[in-house]
Design a protein around this ligand. Structure first.
Ligand SMILES: C[S@@+](CC[C@H](N)C(=O)[O-])C[C@H]1O[C@@H](n2cnc3c(N)ncnc32)[C@H](O)[C@@H]1O
Length: 196
């Protein structure tokens, strides 16, 4: 039997929509639903990080969050370049440990905080810029949290995967082996754009 809704199939950096069979639903989808690890670790590339830093205008008062921060490379780079507070949330203990080591090694312990936990459960009220390199399906699930917790004017940037139903204020296209995109959303604007 084929279910009529899409899931994500992940393989060697390729993520695509496909219809799932009953068996693939059990094998692929259920473990993802039951686990807080909703996305595998695929680090933001050097090039994408450079594009992110040029795309967003950071202010000295900004508080930057990376939802699923992996080894901490994005929070570390943003804190170093712009001298702002940055918070990374990561569910995998091995990556949390690695990110904390990297924070100390890069000399940004006073600016960067790494939180071990599920980003669906960790409060992010004080963020002014949120970065998410996740999946469209996870971005969809994050919408209520982003809309309810973040202040109007907070910028949300996603790499490669859109927030479905929200209107991006700007899209940055660049080439990094493949065509890639950064999407910029603003709370209070992007999340209300389709409400009459
Ligand atoms: C595509 S990687 C991006 C890593 C990092 N943001 C970067 O750009 O280099 C997604 C990360 O999200 C983490 N993750 C997945 N689900 C999570 C959850 N529910 N809470 C916290 N982290 C999660 C994964 O372990 C992984 O490190």
């Amino acid at each position: 039997m084929v279910y009529g809704y899409p899931i994500r199939r992940i393989g060697r950096g390729v993520v695509e929509d496909s219809l799932c069979s009953e068996r693939s639903l059990q094998v692929v989808y259920l473990p993802l639903v039951l686990s807080p690890i909703s996305v595998p670790w695929v680090p933001t590339s050097r090039r994408a990080l450079e594009e992110l830093c040029n795309f967003i205008t950071f202010r000295s008062t900004d508080v930057f969050y990376d939802l699923g921060c992996g080894d901490g490379r994005v929070v570390i780079e943003v804190a170093k370049r712009f001298g702002i507070k940055a918070v990374g949330i990561e569910v995998r203990p091995d990556l949390v440990e690695l990110a904390k080591i990297n924070v100390v090694r890069e000399g940004v312990s006073d600016k960067v905080e790494i939180i071990h936990g599920d980003f669906f459960r960790i409060p992010i009220h004080n963020a002014t810029v949120v970065y998410a390199y996740l999946l469209t399906s996870v971005n969809r699930l994050l919408k209520p949290k982003l809309s309810s917790e973040l202040k109007p004017g907070t910028r949300v940037v996603t790499l490669d995967f859109e927030i479905p139903g929200w209107k991006p204020i700007a899209i940055r296209r660049f080439h990094d082996r493949t065509e890639r995109r950064l999407y910029l959303y603003i709370i209070g604007v992007s999340d209300r754009a389709y409400v009459v």
